[in-house]
Design a protein around this ligand. Structure first.
Ligand code: SAM
Ligand code: DTB
Ligand code: SF4
Length: 334
């Protein structure tokens, strides 16, 4: 495998991002093909366990309480409802379930206790369990790890320089701190960002540089295309050109060759050919299921038809082994 570097400069990443398009894709595909499992795509399914009413002001987000979006606020789901949804996702081919909550941060209360129960229950279904619940303390990360969580998603979203334009209710350092807490609990990290927020190429490069220079690269790097939602400050943002999306995926693949790069939000607006280019450029994961958190996503059957057409296979759960904390009850040595 390509040497993993943690000393990238913005100049180097800018040069990669701006290469002639086909050269960039060719290089990213070459890096990707050094991985023997390059035709395998990891499938995550999202479920919004607590929807809307969030205190933060993320300019892209339909779930922020302060924007008037047509969203129905929903209290924290029950464990049984989550297990039903997880079984459905598994039957559709998902190896990972990602549970999202519209929280600024986790609080040590009964709701968090219930999320811990959800993590335990989904882990028992032999699925990788991921959560995205906002900011976490080290102790909270450890509780999630003890419950069998596999990954924690916490996106940087944009560059440090651009952050204030998009979110004013927390800082970039808050974000980086949570990621550190997740690492301390030995969970895997899922962290990436969004393109199409009105950021510059320098912002995209800067965000990739922050991710690629972390002491350990995030195991998953989601690249989302903004889904503009009516009522949010970014509702009128133009759709991101597919060329930019492919460039972003290809550059992520080159600078973080050992990570899973996820072609995330925005697939509903992409043709199969456009998505094929993203896979060619090194994307090896998607969110599947007809809904992301609150916005539409292609149906499972359509994605499976695309996989068939492109010769892609789905990746099984726990491909890189089952971490100690995710052992099922009967396997754990008590
Ligand atoms: N509240 C938690 C947080 O912000 O970390 C977890 C849920 S939040 C919805 C998870 C991620 O969804 C955000 O960091 C952002 O990257 C992505 N996201 C939210 N709205 C989006 C949109 N309209 N288009 C693309 N990505 C979006
Ligand atoms: C990620 O990077 N993208 C997902 C997941 N992690 C949590 C969320 C996308 C949300 C898109 C807008 C919505 O459906 O609300
Ligand atoms: Fe809240 Fe997360 Fe949406 Fe920001 S992205 S408003 S923190 S749910």
């Amino acid at each position: 495998m390509h040497l993993l570097r943690h000393d990238w400069t913005t100049e180097e990443i800018t040069e990669i991002y701006n290469r002639p398009f086909l050269d960039l894709v060719y290089q990213a595909a070459t890096v990707h093909r050094e991985n023997k499992d390059y035709a395998e795509v990891q499938i995550s399914s999202l479920i919004s366990i607590k929807t809307g009413g969030c205190a933060e002001d993320c300019a892209y987000c339909p779930q922020a309480a302060r924007y008037h979006t047509d969203l129905e606020v929903q209290a924290l789901m029950k464990v049984d409802q989550v297990v039903d949804a997880a079984m459905k996702a598994k039957a559709g081919g998902a190896s990972r379930l990602c549970m999202g909550a519209a929280w600024r941060e986790v609080r040590d209360n009964r709701d968090f206790d219930r999320v811990i129960d959800m993590v335990k229950a989904v882990n028992e279904l032999d699925m990788e369990v991921c959560c995205t619940l906002g900011m976490l303390s080290e102790h909270q990360a450890q509780r999630l790890a003890d419950a069998g969580l596999y990954a924690y998603n916490h996106n940087l979203d944009t560059s440090e320089e651009d952050y204030k334009r998009i979110i004013s209710t927390r800082t970039y350092d808050d974000r980086l701190n949570t990621i550190k807490n997740v690492r301390k609990a030995k969970l895997t990290v899922c962290s990436g960002g969004i393109v199409g927020l009105g950021e510059t190429v320098a912002d995209r490069v800067s965000m990739l540089c922050t991710l690629a220079n972390m002491p350990k690269h995030p195991e998953s790097v989601p690249i989302n295309a903004l889904v503009p939602v009516k009522g949010t400050p970014l509702e009128n943002q133009p759709r991101i050109p597919i060329w930019d999306m492919v460039r972003m995926i290809a550059t992520a693949r080159i600078v973080m060759p050992g990570s899973v790069v996820r072609l995330s939000a925005g697939r509903n607006e992409m043709s199969t050919l456009e998505q094929a280019f993203c896979f060619m450029a090194g994307a090896n994961s998607i969110f599947a299921g007809d809904k992301l958190l609150t916005t539409p996503n292609p149906a499972f059957v359509d994605d499976m038809a695309m996989f068939e057409l492109l010769g892609l296979k789905t990746r099984e759960a726990f491909k890189n082994g089952r971490p100690e904390n995710t052992l099922k009850k009967e396997e754990a040595v008590l």
